[in-house]
Design a protein around this ligand. Structure first.
Ligand SMILES: Nc1ncnc2c1ncn2[C@@H]1O[C@H](COP(=O)(O)OP(=O)(O)OP(=O)(O)O)[C@@H](O)[C@H]1O
Ligand SMILES: [Mg+2]
Length: 242
């Protein structure tokens, strides 16, 4: 676990807030109320899986947490600071320092090596060159990515996703977000990536939110929530009435 996240954890019982707290978040797109007074709190060292129908707003929730979408109302507190009230520049800095994101297809730069892809995120956040590259190599080793001069574009889907996880971790984020991180993988590789992802809150102390359509992936999280009619609720079993 990183020193910063240990500190966050050690103060959990005091007045310090959870690293991710979304409260009263509402957001309208077009003439549709997509998020309605949404609440979500994720503590350090724990994971939450979010499921829900396509188009229900799952990615939008993550974009709000990242500060890429500003909700119409509500508070999006990341590492104790409300993203909604920050300027674009402050939001970008806060995002780089406290949030990591893993996308469905990795979204890496294919012509760079895995180490360069991971180190780049550290350099952009202001880490020195030596620190960024050392940390990138350590993380790739931890996540068992074969570190070579091979460009990232030639790696398998599972290897690329592990590089994407390493990149998301390079700045020791308090909050790690993943949007369909296993959606493009076969079952065996999906399980390997899940093993890595759901271990991270324990090993790195971060709060993890995984959006997925896959119930098996969702079942790995400490807590499961479903986005339904703009709010996050406990998942209902099939056949339950609304
Ligand atoms: N700027 C916008 N203007 C109008 N509609 C939008 C805008 N942004 C998003 N939407 C709509 O909001 C809805 C929610 O989108 P979102 O991508 O969050 O859904 P999702 O739950 O992640 O779906 P999926 O499971 O398919 O990825 C969609 O119907 C989308 O078309
Ligand atoms: Mg989505």
């Amino acid at each position: 676990m990183t020193a910063r996240n240990r500190r966050l954890r050690s103060t959990e019982n005091s007045e310090v807030t959870a690293p991710l707290e979304m409260s009263g978040v509402s957001h309208i797109v077009g003439d549709r109320m997509l998020l309605v007074d949404l609440e979500l709190t994720v503590e350090s060292g724990t994971s939450v899986a979010v499921t829900g129908p396509s188009g229900s707003g799952k990615s939008t929730v993550l974009m709000c947490a990242l500060g890429l979408i500003r909700p119409d109302t509500g508070v999006v507190s990341v590492a104790g600071r409300d993203m909604v009230g920050l300027s674009a520049g402050q939001r970008a800095r806060h995002r780089r320092e406290h949030l990591g994101m893993v996308f469905q297809f990795g979204e890496l730069l294919p012509e760079l090596s895995p180490v360069e892809n991971v180190a780049l995120a550290g350099l952009l956040a202001g880490q020195g060159r030596r620190v960024a590259f050392e940390r990138a190599e350590e993380l790739l080793e931890e996540l068992k990515v074969p570190v070579s001069r091979t460009v990232t574009g030639r790696l398998s889907g599972g290897e690329r996703q592990r590089v994407a996880v390493a990149r998301a971790l390079v700045n020791q984020p308090a909050v790690l977000l993943a949007d369909e991180p296993t959606g493009a993988l076969d079952q065996r590789i999906r399980d390997q990536v899940c093993d890595i992802l759901f271990d991270l809150p324990g090993t790195h102390g971060c709060a993890l939110v995984v959006v997925t359509h896959d119930v098996e992936v969702a079942s790995r999280a400490d807590r499961r929530l479903e986005l339904w009619n703009g709010v996050l609720r406990e998942p209902r079993e099939k056949g339950d009435t609304e």
